[in-house]
Design a protein around this ligand. Structure first.
Ligand SMILES: Cc1cc2nc3c(=O)[nH]c(=O)nc-3n(C[C@H](O)[C@H](O)[C@H](O)COP(=O)(O)OP(=O)(O)OC[C@H]3O[C@@H](n4cnc5c(N)ncnc54)[C@H](O)[C@@H]3O)c2cc1C
Length: 639
């Protein structure tokens, strides 16, 4: 029997839809609209092909931008949660917001705290904002709002979200949804937008029994603003396992699940998008609905992996909960090439420094280094076939040297089992001349994060990714397909990119009940998700250089794409200029998702770069870079 708790009781008493948490019972009613008709619900039956919509979303200064009195009235209706934030680094620039102390705080303290993650506009990859207000002690020019939103609704009830959705739709505003701001390509920011900030929707409830269809087990109610480290804490508290991102401040039930969501236990329990048994959602017409296998099935399908910020705003979910799980972790590190410059002792009497460190295992031969890398990559098949995951980084460290390191996670194995499971990997590396030492894996039952969600600050570089098909490993370590794949990877590393491979196998079998989600089919047949990092820091570089740098990254990525024609790319960790992105991110599910998008959001309200249906709109930027710093207009319109 379903767990019968306070939220369900509240829902019955108040006559509203199913809810998970008390704040979800605070909902907008038709009678609340009164004479403020711009917060009225939408009715798609009133739209026809004759309905004309403006070529561009309203923008500050445009004739259709809401007047101040409307913003004030919206704020009153919202009970005062409408914010008009300035860029956090405005305090470093000449002008009315300049404040030397606050500016130095940004450099000395903010990066160790929750400052950026608690900021209503900051996104953790800076360049998509347009670089109009970087945090710097030596500012050049002025700070402008750029690609940051104009207004932010700091939502704490469903009603706040419904009002913001209705206001944006009725006033032709660009709408943005921001949770933690982790999106790498600016999907949680946008110039001239109204942003709905879900960050403080933080509630959790463990359900010791939960029945739905074939599912009869433990579960949990989770809200959209929770971060992974908060989920880890609940896992420890209730002695359960919840599939959650490795990035400890990522929002599991914001963008992570919506795009797929990988984790250290993805080869056992599937992806983030495989976890929700039901979802609570505000749709583009402003209504609040439940999506589960029997209700609003189209939404339930699309919201699980069909891309973030596209079909509605999730406020909470009921997700599967699993028994506690030991995860054993081993680290393998080695270097190759000329490391004669490597200093293994650091002495500086004036600073009181005098220590030496053990250098990593090394081989002088670059060929041997890559032979070791390739053997590791091949061993990845054994890791994922046994429920494990592995996170490697391979880089060129100089013209004649390379480094490799990996963390291998073997969930469910004791440390002794994990040790013997990994022995063949160490033995082979030793046999070919890479003297790695095997030590006992570290095993932990606790998921607790020691940094308590602190220490995020915006990064500023680009990367592209690929889901490598399992089939590329199936012709064996000496097979042509496997070796061509390895050759492509090696070329990109030799070209100076950092290759970050995550071995993971979240196939259909791991997904469990109820299956049939919109997640990228390339995830289901993958053996590895890998990022190719371009370490070029984009702050302050000329647009032409930013563009040519990207052309080179794309050329390198094409080597990998050509070696993996049956692969795809993970929308949440991808290049915003991914060629043929509809196929790469959604495969053969794209057409169905586009139908759902058009049916559920005929207004084109929810827009985010490279999400389903986004090709009908474009952000018009002055410098031609693919940032969010420009008006959002219909493609081909002359406005
Ligand atoms: C440091 C770091 C570590 C990461 N680690 C992992 C990892 O371990 N595994 C992994 O798979 N990915 C990881 N990612 C990528 C991550 O999954 C994506 O960036 C994801 O989109 C973040 O979602 P968010 O809600 O936290 O971020 P946001 O930037 O706030 O939102 C991302 C997208 O989701 C939409 N969205 C947010 N909330 C909602 C909502 N309630 N309803 C509908 N749409 C919503 C936003 O509009 C936006 O389009 C990592 C990213 C970073 C920067």
């Amino acid at each position: 029997m379903c767990h019968f708790l306070l939220p369900a009781l509240l829902a019955l008493l108040t006559g509203v839809n199913a809810i998970n948490f008390a704040w979800e019972s605070v909902q907008l009613k038709d009678s609340d609209v009164g004479n403020f008709s711009v917060i009225a619900f939408g009715d798609k039956s009133k739209l026809s092909f004759l309905t004309s919509t403006p070529a561009c979303k309203a923008f500050p200064g445009s004739s259709d931008w809401p007047i101040d009195a409307e913003w004030r009235q919206l704020n009153v209706s919202l009970g005062g949660v409408l914010l008009k934030p300035i860029p956090p680094a405005a305090v470093c620039y000449p002008g009315p917001n300049y404040d030397a102390n606050k500016c130095s705080y940004l450099f000395q303290n903010a990066t160790f705290t929750r400052f950026y993650i608690n900021d209503p506009v900051t996104v953790l990859t800076a360049w998509p904002q347009g670089g109009t207000c970087y945090a710097t002690p030596f500012p050049v020019g002025n700070c402008t709002q750029g690609g940051f939103p104009e207004y932010v609704v700091n939502a704490s009830t469903v009603k706040h979200i419904q009002m913001a959705v209705n206001f944006a739709r009725n006033k032709n505003l660009r709408l943005v949804i921001k949770n933690t701001g982790h999106d790498f390509v600016g999907r949680s920011t946008g110039a001239g937008s109204l942003s709905i900030w879900t960050h403080y929707l933080k509630s959790f409830e463990f359900l010791p029994e939960y029945d739905q269809g074939e599912y009869s087990d433990t579960a949990a109610r989770v809200s959209a603003g929770l971060e992974a480290w908060e989920m880890y804490a609940y896992m420890d508290k209730y002695n359960i396992t919840l599939v959650s991102p490795g990035g400890s401040t990522v929002g599991p039930y914001g963008g992570w699940m919506a795009g797929g969501g990988h984790s250290t236990i993805g080869s056992i329990y599937g992806l983030g998008s495989d976890q929700p048994l039901s979802l609570q959602v505000v749709t583009a017409d402003g209504r609040y609905v439940t999506a589960d296998p029997d209700t609003n099935e189209d939404l339930y399908y699309a919201l699980r992996g069909g891309g973030p910020g596209t079909y509605g705003i999730v406020t909470s979910a009921i997700v599967k909960a699993y028994p506690p799980l030991y995860v054993s972790e081993s680290v393998v590190t080695f270097v190759g090439g000329d490391f004669s410059m490597l200093n293994t002792s650091i002495t500086n009497p004036s600073l009181g420094l005098n220590f030496t460190f053990t250098p990593p295992a090394s081989t002088k031969s670059i060929e041997t280094f890559f032979e070791g890398v390739n053997f590791y990559q091949y061993f990845g098949k054994k890791i994922v076939d046994n429920g494990g995951t592995a996170y490697s980084y391979i880089s060129r460290t100089s013209n004649s040297s390379f480094s490799f390191t990996t963390n291998i996670e073997t969930p469910g194995m004791t440390k002794e089992e994990s040790f013997s499971f990994l022995q063949p990997l160490y033995k082979k590396l030793n046999d070919i001349g890479i003297p790695v030492n095997q030590s006992m894996p570290v095993t932990s039952l606790s998921w607790g994060s020691t940094r308590q969600g602190e220490g995020d600050s915006p990064g500023n570089s680009r990367f592209a990714t690929r889901l490598f098909p399992y089939s590329n490993w199936e012709d064996g370590p000496d097979g042509t397909v496997f070796n061509n794949t390895m050759a492509a990877i090696r070329s990109t590393i030799e070209a100076g990119y950092t290759f970050h491979g995550i071995h993971i196998k979240p196939d259909e079998a791991t997904a469990g009940y109820p299956g049939n989600s919109a997640v990228n089919p390339a995830f289901r047949t993958a053996i590895m998700h890998a990022d190719l990092f371009d370490n070029t820091q984009l702050q302050g570089i000329a647009p032409a250089l930013a563009k040519s740098t990207h052309v080179k990254l794309n050329d390198a990525m094409n080597l990998i794409r050509n070696a993996t024609p049956d692969g795809g790319s993970y929308i949440n960790e991808a290049d915003v200029q991914e060629p043929n992105w509809q196929q790469s991110f959604f495969g053969d599910k794209y057409e169905r998702l586009l139908e759902i998008k058009r049916d559920r959001d005929p207004w084109g309200l929810f827009w985010a770069a490279t999400t389903v249906g986004s090709e009908e709109w474009e952000v018009r930027t002055a410098d031609g870079l693919p940032t969010q710093n420009g008006k959002l207009c219909k493609v081909g319109s002359s406005a």
